[in-house]
Design a protein around this ligand. Structure first.
Ligand SMILES: Cc1cc2nc3c(=O)[nH]c(=O)nc-3n(C[C@H](O)[C@H](O)[C@H](O)COP(=O)(O)O)c2cc1C
Length: 222
């Protein structure tokens, strides 16, 4: 099939776009408003987009509380949830009134951050402390600008990794059991059994051919 999203001519019950770009990591975005009241919500239009310095993005359909708070304070956290936190992640997506603390709503304990005011989620395997770089307004879907997505771009200025997830000098990604989002109401969990390793291709001296070694990774990024 082929369809053009603006024409909505997919012929299906739901636009399948979000079921195709998968799995999407979930940024569990912690913010505070101008009065210091905490807010927490999951965003799956979320990803890391650079590593020198590390930068993350998330996008909000319209100007939701998380974006409004970040525009006021310039700071946010991204907790990275594990499978065990799936129900709490879901609960914190409830569209409650501004100023309502979703940490409390979902029975979560806020963990104080070290470089920014918003807390992160105690029990998450890892979390990022971020400083706002820019908010970019994406094109609206129709004549109204209000529903346009706001793309929040932040620099990661502090990174928490719970010690138990570090093994032999590396993050034990499989142990984190990272939760991710698919389309519809579907989710996925990253399990150790599905992780595999491949070496990068090594280009021959003539610059025209490449080979890949089957040997275990030697620990050097190439
Ligand atoms: C797993 C998950 C991922 C979500 N991803 C997004 C997203 O990427 N963008 C968005 O606008 N809403 C997303 N939502 C919905 C928001 O979490 C929800 O609208 C929430 O109430 C926003 O909270 P806030 O107004 O406090 O920022 C997601 C919900 C869930 C459960």
């Amino acid at each position: 099939m082929f369809y053009e999203p603006r024409l909505r001519n997919h012929g299906l019950r739901h636009d399948p776009f979000k079921a195709l770009v998968v799995p999407r990591p979930i940024g569990w975005i912690g913010t505070v408003d101008a009065d210091g009241r905490p807010n927490l919500a999951p965003y799956s239009f979320f990803n890391a987009v650079a590593d020198r310095p590390p930068m993350v993005v998330f996008s909000s359909a319209g100007r939701k509380h998380s974006v409004a708070n970040i525009e006021q304070t310039g700071e946010f956290t991204c907790s990275l949830a594990g499978y065990g936190q799936r129900a709490a992640v879901n609960m914190t997506s409830a569209t409650v009134a501004a100023g309502i603390d979703e940490f409390a709503l979902a029975g979560l304990e806020p963990e104080p951050s070290l470089r920014v005011k918003p807390p992160w989620v105690k029990g998450a395997p890892a979390a990022l402390e971020c400083r706002l770089w820019r908010v970019v307004e994406l094109p609206p879907s129709g004549p109204e600008r209000g529903d346009a997505h706001r793309l929040v771009i932040g620099e990661v200025i502090g990174i928490h990794v719970v010690d138990g997830y570090i093994r032999e000098g590396r993050v034990d990604t499989g142990a984190m059991r990272a939760l991710s989002r698919l389309g519809y109401m579907d989710y996925a969990v990253l399990e150790a059994a599905t992780i595999f390793t491949m070496n990068r291709p090594e280009v021959g001296a003539d610059g025209r051919s490449a080979t890949v070694s089957d040997a275990p990774w030697d620990g050097v990024y190439r």
